[in-house]
Design a protein around this ligand. Structure first.
Ligand code: HEC
Ligand code: HEC
Ligand code: HEC
Ligand code: HEC
Length: 105
């Protein structure tokens, strides 16, 4: 009986670490460098506030926003899209909207 429990515990542990490895939620915090001052973006905290798709409109597998925005001709500049997306929600839900609420030198 004891052996059985130990085996079950090991199986549960293996299953849970496998799940963590499969779901790539990206970094917990992301530093978005800007001349205005670095934006320290609490990524994990925002994942609890809304769906991935709210921000990753091209799909999570499409990669970093800045692999298109500011790089590809058909994608609007990073500053424009970040300000639009981030500030519009912050206005509604009480996130920071002042420059220094996001940009810290
Ligand atoms: C509030 C907006 C927002 C939400 C919600 C969000 N992300 Fe992100 N995510 C970002 C931003 C911004 C970056 C940084 C992109 C960059 O560096 O250009 C990022 C980066 C990532 C990266 C790293 C990409 C790379 O190649 O560097 C992964 C992986 C990722 N997110 C997965 C997820 C998953 C999975 C979810 C949902 C569970 C999620 N994100 C929810 C905004 C968000
Ligand atoms: C594969 C390339 C690609 C990736 C990756 C990507 N985008 Fe975009 N994005 C585009 C293109 C192209 C457009 C313009 C056409 C459209 O609206 O679909 C756009 C439009 C937008 C818009 C609307 C802009 C407007 O003026 O209405 C926002 C906001 C936005 N992106 C934010 C993000 C964020 C935040 C990320 C990362 C979490 C991201 N995008 C990742 C290519 C990309
Ligand atoms: C769906 C709504 C939503 C979107 C989209 C969103 N945020 Fe937020 N954000 C919030 C809310 C709500 C808070 C306040 C959270 C709190 O006080 O616990 C917040 C807080 C913050 C903070 C303050 C730090 C903290 O820990 O409270 C920063 C910095 C921030 N957001 C940056 C960003 C950036 C950069 C983007 C765009 C890439 C973004 N947010 C997009 C809802 C959003
Ligand atoms: C909700 C968070 C947020 C707020 C509020 C905000 N910004 Fe930004 N800003 C960003 C993010 C994220 C970027 C993109 C950084 C990147 O491209 O890596 C950015 C980019 C910029 C850039 C271009 C990049 C650079 O090198 O400086 C300028 C200029 C800028 N912001 C000015 C402002 C000003 C002025 C205000 C106040 C009126 C402001 N921002 C408010 C998040 C914010």
């Amino acid at each position: 009986m004891k052996k059985m429990l130990v085996l079950l515990a090991i199986a549960a542990f293996v299953a849970s670490t496998a799940l963590v490895a499969v779901a790539d939620n990206g970094p917990t915090t992301i530093k978005l460098e800007a001349r205005m001052g670095t934006v320290t973006f609490p990524h994990a905290k925002h994942q609890a506030l809304t769906d991935c798709k709210t921000c990753h409109h091209a799909g999570v597998e499409a990669g970093a926003c800045r692999s298109c925005h500011g790089v590809k001709a058909d994608a609007p500049k990073a500053k424009k899209v970040f300000h639009k997306l981030c500030k519009s929600c912050h206005k509604k839900q009480n996130g920071p909207t002042k420059c220094k609420g996001c940009h810290v030198k």
